[in-house]
Design a protein around this ligand. Structure first.
Ligand code: SF4
Length: 191
């Protein structure tokens, strides 16, 4: 299973904008939804981006010191749920202290297929639902107020205030092919 390929749009080994503490963020390529105002439209088409073996990606996460968790977003993580579950299985076996946040356009009740359930079994917090631009109230980690924050385990429940009232901020990271913006922008943010 470790030779399976993930189709990764981007990854950022350390960010302070997508959950408590420093986190390893991975964005997958491809999303079946078409939310108006999507912050990552280039990552919506189902096309090949960076093909990275599950084991290699896992190793990059495991080797990253100073992080307290992993955030999966996209694109739509549930479209690669089985492979991401395999990734988390490897990572959490070696780094069990890490917590996991997943953003999905699907709602929790829709995530009934086996691979999705497996990914959820490694997930501490799921932020679900499609982004609706006119419900962006610039508050918290979710993009718009229709989206729900589900604490699937207790590990981040004590950080509920962060998830619901966090002051949003974004980071800019220089990459080989340009600048990567990381974070959940406020309603009036433009760049
Ligand atoms: S679910 Fe997320 S990635 Fe997909 S279109 Fe909506 S905002 Fe964009």
């Amino acid at each position: 299973m470790t030779k399976q390929l993930l189709n990764i749009a981007e990854y950022q080994p350390k960010t302070a904008t997508l959950g408590p503490g420093l986190r390893f963020a991975i964005w997958v390529q491809g999303c079946p939804f078409t939310c108006k105002g999507c912050v990552s439209p280039n990552w919506v088409p189902f096309q090949l981006a960076q093909a990275i073996q599950v084991a290699e990606m896992a190793d990059r996460v495991v080797q990253t010191q100073g992080i307290e968790g992993i955030t999966l977003s996209g694109g739509e993580p549930m479209m690669q749920a089985g492979r991401l579950a395999n990734l988390l299985e490897i990572v959490l076996e070696k780094r069990p202290e890490l917590n996991v946040i997943v953003f999905s356009g699907f709602q929790l009740g829709q995530l009934v297929w086996e691979e999705a359930k497996r990914l959820l079994s490694f997930t501490d917090v799921l932020i679900d639902g499609q982004y609706i631009a006119n419900l962006n109230d610039s508050q918290g980690l979710r993009g718009s107020s229709n989206q729900c924050t589900h604490f699937l385990t207790d590990s981040l429940r004590h950080q509920a205030d962060y998830f619901f009232n966090k002051q949003r901020n974004v980071e800019f990271h220089v990459k080989d092919d340009g600048v990567l913006m990381v974070g959940v922008p406020t309603k009036d943010f433009h760049w």
